[in-house]
Design a protein around this ligand. Structure first.
Ligand code: ATP
Ligand code: MG
Length: 403
């Protein structure tokens, strides 16, 4: 396998100072499979303070867990001291960590054989647990006794499904049985960690593999009220772009917007993600626009930026076929610069006040009226025509009609 140049530099620098260092974990797994790793992690016998002395640009990204990020050019490399993990409780990371002088102990704490390999530019692959064989056999297998490993950290059950789905691997029978047996302990894991795993599953290249959670009995323990997830669509996420909120909207839309909000809240998602996903699930049954004006009405209803995602959801939910989707995309492109928002109108509140509309809430009402008119007919969007329309509307309609 080929080691990243910067990772090799870091390893050699650490070793020339008398420490051991290896590339480890996911990057070794990916590189052996011929996949370009997203990031290269380094494990070393050096302590964080010692790592920091050896490199000019470092960040304390997880110093309490022994991790220092070394900056090489613009890329960051996580350099972590060999460690044993303390017990994981409800947190994202183990409660406490204990350093060790042994690479073996460091890799023995890792979850799966394929994630437990280390690589050194001179000494080659270090594979204590048969990771290479399991890569060839395409199996996800725990390092050591699966029940013990899942008891230490129940999140590993979700990780097993995520890796199996992403790599197209099967789960070794003993590992699988342990997950089925211990599935309820998933409720002990913090929802933030569950959120992160589900996000990785759903934003990856095979989101439909999230259905494997059902086979392992894990699906019922993702949130405290699993019935809210009962209508989830496993196929739809793969039909929309890998944008987090959009993939979750595609996953959750069959239950409706309220369930979508509830599930995402239970998973402790941030407000922006919840807002975006709920907006999409709210509008997934809106009329499919047939012409330009209808497209502009949709843009007004959901906001311009949300329309491309909504079109994907129409398709993912089976409301339109691929031909009709392409037509909708075309309609959107033709209208995306049309004035829709109040801010895009050729007049603002001051213009209206100048034209005699009384200051105060009338201005807002007239602007909303003009917005509707312009959505129907963008050619109206000149200062002159809008002021005219505003005056006609305001001075012809009795005040009581405008409330
Ligand atoms: P990805 O490509 O998704 O980042 P990865 O294997 O790099 O996959 P990370 O979550 O980045 O996964 O973790 C890096 C390494 O740390 C893993 O390869 C594994 O060796 C170890 N690891 C991560 N999480 C756990 C865990 N919960 N239990 C045991 N080992 C873990
Ligand atoms: Mg990683």
């Amino acid at each position: 396998m080929r080691l990243d140049d910067n990772a090799e530099k870091i390893i050699r620098r650490l070793e020339s100072a008398g420490f051991e260092a290896y590339a480890v974990g996911g990057c070794v797994r990916d590189a052996l499979m011929g996949i370009e790793p997203e990031d290269w992690d380094i494990t070393t016998s050096a302590r964080p303070e010692e790592v920091k002395l050896l490199f000019s640009h470092t960040f304390d990204t997880g110093i309490e867990h022994g991790t220092v990020t070394v900056l090489m050019g613009r890329a960051g490399y996580e350099v972590t001291t060999y460690r044993l993990d303390g017990k994981y409780s409800d947190h994202r990371r183990p409660d406490h960590v204990e350093y060790t002088a042994s690479l073996y102990e460091d890799v023995a704490r890792r979850d799966f054989t394929i994630n437990s390999m280390a690589y050194h530019p001179d000494r080659g692959l270090v594979d204590y647990f048969g990771g290479r064989r399991d890569l060839e056999k395409k199996v996800i297998r725990c390092v050591g006794d699966p029940e013990k490993r899942f008891n230490e950290d129940a999140l590993r059950m979700l990780r097993a499904v995520r890796f199996a789905g992403r790599l197209g691997f099967s789960i070794d029978p003993a590992t699988r049985e342990a997950a089925i047996k211990l599935a309820p302990t998933l409720l002990k894991v913090s929802r933030e960690r569950v959120q992160e795993e589900l996000t990785k599953m759903l934003t990856g290249s095979h989101p439909q593999k999230i259905s494997m959670l059902k086979d392992l009995n894990l699906f019922d323990y993702l949130i405290p009220h699993p019935e809210d997830l009962s209508l989830a669509d496993m196929e739809a996420p793969g039909k929309v772009e890998p944008v987090k909120a959009l993939r979750f909207a595609a996953f959750l839309y069959p239950g409706g917007p309220d369930k979508c909000r509830k599930v995402l809240k239970e998973l402790k998602f941030d407000n922006d993600t919840i807002k975006a996903a709920v907006l999409w699930t709210t509008h997934i049954n809106d009329p499919i626009p047939e012409d330009e004006a209808a497209m502009r009405r949709l843009m007004l209803a959901v906001g311009k930026e949300a329309v491309p995602g909504l079109i994907q959801l129409f398709y993912a939910a089976g409301r339109v076929g691929s031909g009709q989707k392409a037509k909708l995309d075309g309609l959107y492109r033709s209208q995306k610069d049309a004035p829709i928002a109040v801010i895009e109108l050729a007049v603002d509140g001051d213009d209206l006040i100048g034209a005699g509309i009384p200051k105060g809430k009338e201005v807002g009402r007239v602007l909303a009226y003009l917005q509707q008119k312009v959505v129907e007919d963008p050619a109206l969007n000149t200062k002159e025509r809008l002021i005219g329309a505003a005056k006609d509307h305001f001075f012809s309609a009795p005040l009581s009609d405008m409330v």
